[in-house]
Design a protein around this ligand. Structure first.
Ligand code: PAF
Length: 281
C-alpha cells in the first residue's frame, strides 16, 4: 500500500491508477480505525476499484469544547490494518496543507444538516462538508463509502453531492456492531469498563422503541419511554427522535421510510446510533 502526504504525489498515484483503466473508490476516515472502517474498505474492494483511504482528523468539524486534542491518533497501526485489508493507497494530508493560513471557503448545507447533531454541534456539518468536498476533489474518486452509523453525515454528503452536481456515487454501509450490539466507534475507547457495560442500553433502547413504533404504538409515548430507559441506564440524552429517512425532517409520515436517531452521553463520551423503522416489526 502506498502512503502519500503531498497532493502532487496523490495526483500522480491517481493518474497511474487511471492509466491502468481503474476507477477510484474513497473511504474517508479520521483514523483510529476499527472493523466498521474495514467494512467500508471491504465494500470498496468489492466494487473492483482501486481503494484510497484517507486519514485526516479534521479540526473544522470539532467544536471548541470537543475532543480534537485527545481524539485517538495511531497512524502506524491504522496503516497496517488498511494494508491487510487490501487498501491500495493511504492519503495522509497534513493539516497546514489542507487548511493553509489564507483558507477562506466553507461548504454549508441547509435542511438536512440543521437538526439533531447539527443543532447539538454548531458548525460540525459545515466542517464535514468542507473537508469531504476537498477529499473528493483531491482524489477525484468515482465512488465513496460512508458508514450508516453517522446517518446524518451520510444524508448531508448525499445532499451536497446532489446539489453541487458532483460526479461521485455515495454508498452507505450498514453499521458494524460489537457482539452485544454497541455500534463500533473510534470514541468507544473513551469508555471505562463500567460505562462500556452500560452503553449497550443505547442500541437495546433503540431496538425496543423501533419495534414499538413499527407495530404502530404511539410515536411520542415510545420516544418518551426510550428516553426514560436511557436515563435509567446512566445516559444523559442529547436527543432521541424519529425522522424521515431521506430528508431527516421531523414528524415523518408513517408511509415514508423512517429512521430513529439518538445521541447520548455516557460520562464525557458522546455516542450516536440509529436504526430503521420496519413496519409491523
Ligand atoms: O466520519 C468521519 O470519520 C468524518 O466525519 C469524515 C467523513 C472522515 C470527515 O472528516
Amino acid at each position: 500500500m502506498q502512503q502519500v502526504r503531498e497532493l502532487k504525489a496523490l495526483r500522480d498515484a491517481v493518474a497511474a491508477f487511471r492509466a491502468e483503466g481503474a476507477d477510484i473508490a474513497l473511504v474517508p476516515t479520521m483514523g483510529a480505525l476499527h472493523a466498521g472502517h474495514m467494512a467500508l474498505v471491504e465494500a470498496a474492494r468489492r466494487s473492483g476499484t482501486k481503494v484510497i483511504a484517507s486519514i485526516f482528523v479534521n479540526p473544522k468539524q470539532f467544536g471548541p469544547n470537543e475532543d480534537l486534542s485527545r481524539y485517538p491518533r495511531r497512524e502506524a497501526a491504522d496503516a497496517r490494518l488498511l494494508a491487510e485489508h487490501g487498501c491500495d493507497l493511504l492519503w495522509l494530508p497534513p493539516v497546514e496543507a489542507m487548511y493553509p493560513a489564507d483558507f477562506a471557503t466553507n461548504i454549508s448545507v441547509g435542511g438536512v444538516s440543521e437538526g439533531f447533531d447539527g443543532a447539538a454541534r454548531p458548525g460540525h456539518f459545515d466542517g464535514v462538508a468542507t473537508v469531504v468536498t476537498k477529499l473528493f476533489n483531491q482524489t477525484g474518486a468515482d465512488i465513496a463509502y460512508f458508514g450508516e452509523k453517522d446517518y446524518q453525515q451520510l444524508a448531508v454528503v448525499r445532499r451536497f453531492v446532489a446539489d453541487l452536481d458532483m460526479p461521485i456515487e455515495i454508498v452507505g454501509v450498514p453499521t458494524q456492531r460489537d457482539d452485544d450490539g454497541l455500534a463500533l466507534s473510534s470514541r468507544n475507547i473513551y469508555l471505562d469498563d463500567e460505562q462500556r457495560a452500560k452503553a449497550v442500553a443505547l442500541p437495546r433502547t433503540l431496538g425496543v422503541a423501533a419495534r414499538a413504533i413499527g407495530r404502530g404504538d404511539d410515536d411520542d409515548a415510545a420516544l418518551a419511554e426510550a428516553r426514560a430507559m436511557l436515563v435509567a441506564a446512566g445516559f444523559e440524552v442529547d436527543y432521541i427522535a424519529l425522522a424521515d429517512a431521506e430528508t431527516l425532517a421531523a414528524n415523518p409520515a408513517p408511509n415514508r421510510p423512517r429512521r430513529l436517531l439518538a445521541a447520548a452521553r455516557m460520562g464525557t463520551t458522546r455516542l450516536i446510533d440509529n436504526v430503521a423503522i420496519e413496519a409491523n416489526c
